[in-house]
Design a protein around this ligand. Structure first.
Ligand SMILES: Cc1ncc(COP(=O)(O)O)c(C=O)c1O
Length: 436
């Protein structure tokens, strides 16, 4: 089949042919020949209920017959209203909802909101602080906020400068530190940065864990302490729950579990169950109120998109959220989390595995070439492609992040399906061992 599609993060020369997915059912993706693959990465970490879920597709059909799109410029729509109310009730301290289409845009909005907040209240604050290896999306602002060198170095000249502080990766602590000491060191660096610079608009971080930058799960109390520091130094605290909220780490709203309170927080990916592009940036009352005034004050938020508040996506998100309660998804996730935990020792003992990091329905398996030196498998070894090919032999669709294998299934995966996925992942790692 001739293809005109240019694929993301893909050397197109390497891929003469892609599997053409033409159907999805439950946890399974089917190619045009009818071959099944389990969706081991929840279609880029967004799928909640599996594919072609009847309750979600029925609600999409119903809404598409009523209103497929109408703008939020000068108008509103019932589904955008209902969903905003639901989100504000779900997310403690949040007051208003600004809609967009994807995670990157939601983070652009967070940044613009923060900058305009300070402008609106008449303070000159223009700098952001974020954690090293944070990831907030692929647009220019989002790439600036979160900087993963491997992904973004080519665009550096276009990015705005951001102050960065170290993140507490337990597996890669500098020599001479215990993990506890290193956490303290990371927090001290943040405190120094916030206290020494008087032009900081906001501190930005992923909530609960960094994923794309290497699967770093924060130690208990880390995020809460940063939240308190932001209050102490009067800096806005921006959280990114695009990949970690809505159950991925085991909580609907991860910042609650982390005992932290943002001024601005973004959700995406699983918000619509992974069925339609939708993201939301929520702000607290302090931030929102700064945008109110006389028209001539020009304090209103200068941002908008064609599909902001799309009723079809909002209706789908509403159905998705109702299903969490109906099927008691959070308690099921707890059981699946324990099931994953029972595999960790076996995975850790595999020759290629340096570290396994796990929380909720997120697993990052770091593959290394030497357990002592912890040297990551070199990009020259083409690990991602090898893992993809081997995993497929075991009936799994897997996408690695560099030298880290991600197991990020749809949240509603059953016990048997999860066993299949984890057993297949182990077989894949074993088979890849002889090839790198
Ligand atoms: C934490 C985080 N923020 C933002 C994004 C960007 O979301 P999107 O790919 O929908 O633009 C991602 C995507 O993986 C993410 O993991």
């Amino acid at each position: 089949m001739r293809s005109f599609v240019w694929h993301p993060y893909t050397q197109m020369n390497d891929w003469k042919k892609f599997d053409v997915i033409s159907k999805g059912k439950g946890m399974w993706l089917y190619d045009s020949h009818g071959n099944a693959m389990m969706d081991g990465v929840a279609s880029m970490w967004c799928n909640v209920w599996g594919h072609s879920n009847k309750e979600l597709t029925d609600s999409m059909i119903k809404q598409s017959k009523k209103l497929q799109h109408s703008s939020l410029f000068n108008l509103t729509n019932d589904k955008a209203e209902e969903l905003a109310e639901k989100l504000v009730k779900l997310a403690p301290e949040m007051y208003r909802v600004f809609y967009s289409d994807d995670g990157s845009t939601a983070m652009e909005i967070s940044a613009k909101m923060a900058l305009q907040y300070w402008n609106n209240i008449g303070e000159k604050r223009t700098r952001f602080v974020s954690l090293e290896n944070g990831y907030h999306g692929d647009t220019i602002g989002a790439m600036s906020l979160g900087y993963v060198p491997l992904f973004f170095s080519k665009f550096k000249s276009a990015l705005f400068p951001v102050l960065r502080t170290p993140s507490p990766n337990k597996y890669r602590i500098p020599k001479g530190y215990s993990f506890e000491d290193y956490q303290e060191f990371c927090l001290e660096k943040i405190e120094q940065t916030l206290s020494k610079n008087d032009n900081i608009a906001a501190f930005v971080m992923e909530s609960g864990a960094q994923i794309a930058g290497g699967v770093v799960i924060y130690p208990k109390g880390f995020q809460g302490k940063i939240s308190k520091m932001c209050k102490k130094y009067n800096v806005l605290f921006i959280l990114d729950e695009i990949a970690t909220g809505f159950g991925r780490l085991g909580s609907m709203v991860e910042y609650q579990t982390q005992e932290s309170t943002p001024d601005i927080v973004s959700f995406g990916k699983m918000l619509s169950g992974g069925y339609l592009p939708l993201a939301a940036t929520l702000a607290n009352k302090k931030v929102y109120d700064s945008f109110l005034g006389e028209y001539k004050d020009m304090k209103h938020f200068f941002h908008g998109h064609t599909f902001t508040g799309n009723p079809l996506a909002c209706a789908t998100a509403l159905t998705n959220i109702s299903l969490y309660k109906k099927y008691n998804l959070m308690s099921k996730i707890k059981k699946r989390e324990a099931q994953i935990q029972s595999y960790i020792e076996e995975i850790s003992n595999l020759s290629l595995v340096g570290d396994v990091r796990h929380k909720g329905m997120l697993v990052g398996i770091e593959l290394i070439s030497n357990k002592k030196t912890k040297t990551p498998i070199s990009p020259q070894k083409r690990l991602p492609q090898k893992v993809f090919i081997e995993a497929k032999k075991h009936g799994i669709y897997q996408r690695t992040l560099g030298h880290i294998i991600m197991v990020v299934p749809p949240l509603a995966i059953s016990e048997q399906e999860l066993d299949f996925l984890l057993d297949g992942t182990i077989k894949t790692i074993k088979n890849v061992s002889s090839q790198v």
